[in-house]
Design a protein around this ligand. Structure first.
Ligand code: ZN
Length: 255
């Protein structure tokens, strides 16, 4: 059964350009900048969200609404599960726990129901989507060859997209791997891989610009991009909301 668009009846298989986002973390300005930049390169037919749409940032409801305004596929991240009450904050550090509780209090019942309904993994055409890894969809950081190898053994599709580490990375079956540079074009060929587009709303690779990827099924390639956004205004919103200041400070460092 082809998945039908939320906003039209076009079968999912007819989607050509899909925006790939991970770890938006309630950073609306970054999310809007990414969509605008991606749309300027060509129309976006859908968005795939790899978890942690909310948490840390000051505009969780706005980010949920923006994702839902596009045809989309989404899976749950650890912050999403805490922000809708499915999980407690006991495994979070203090700033993360404070932000999660702040988010839980602000989301409407409808927004929480949206998060609660997110699956932990999804298979869409040739892609598996999961926040952590197939070893542990919620918590695993897919950042080493050893972890990638075990994950790839369980990967049911040729390609997989993950989030959680906030680092743009690719691991191929057989051990080849590397940090992804801006502008990289990954061909969808015979080689199986798992890739992370990087953190959109809170990058951790030292580059403060929002990270994302675009999947083009016509060109059979996945491309990696960065978008500048108004970091200072976003930091002011976080501080004004009474969220832990470290969550604002780290945005300008990309750490
Ligand atoms: Zn995250």
């Amino acid at each position: 059964m082809p998945y039908a668009h939320a906003l039209c009846s076009m079968p999912y298989a007819l989607c050509v350009r899909t925006l790939i986002v991970a770890d938006v973390h309630a950073n609306l300005a970054a999310f809007e900048a990414v969509i605008a930049q991606a749309e300027a390169m060509g129309a976006i037919d859908a968005i795939w969200c790899l978890g942690d749409l909310v948490g840390y940032g000051a505009e969780p409801g706005e980010c949920i609404a923006l994702l839902r305004s596009y045809p989309h596929r989404a899976i749950a991240g650890n912050h999403d599960l805490v922000a809708c009450g499915v999980m407690g904050t006991e495994d979070f550090n203090r700033p993360a726990a404070m932000a999660a509780e702040w988010t839980l209090q602000r989301l409407t019942e409808d927004e929480q129901a949206f998060l609660r309904a997110l699956p932990l993994t999804l298979v869409e055409a040739d892609f598996t989507l999961v926040h952590g890894s197939l070893r542990d969809p919620v918590w695993d950081y897919l950042i080493s060859d050893r972890i990638a190898e075990t994950h790839l053994e369980q990967q049911p599709t040729p390609y997989c997209l993950v989030g959680h580490s906030h680092l743009p990375l690719v691991f191929y079956e057989g051990g080849r791997h590397g940090f992804v540079q801006e502008g990289l074009r990954l061909r969808l060929g015979a080689e199986r891989f798992v890739a992370n587009p990087g953190g959109l709303g809170q990058p951790r690779d030292g580059d403060p610009r929002a990270a994302y990827a675009v999947l083009d099924l016509d060109a059979r390639e996945l491309t990696f991009h960065r978008a500048a956004y108004d970091i200072e205004a976003t930091q002011a919103k976080i501080r004004d909301a009474g969220l832990p200041p470290i969550l604002a400070d780290r945005l300008s460092q990309g750490r």
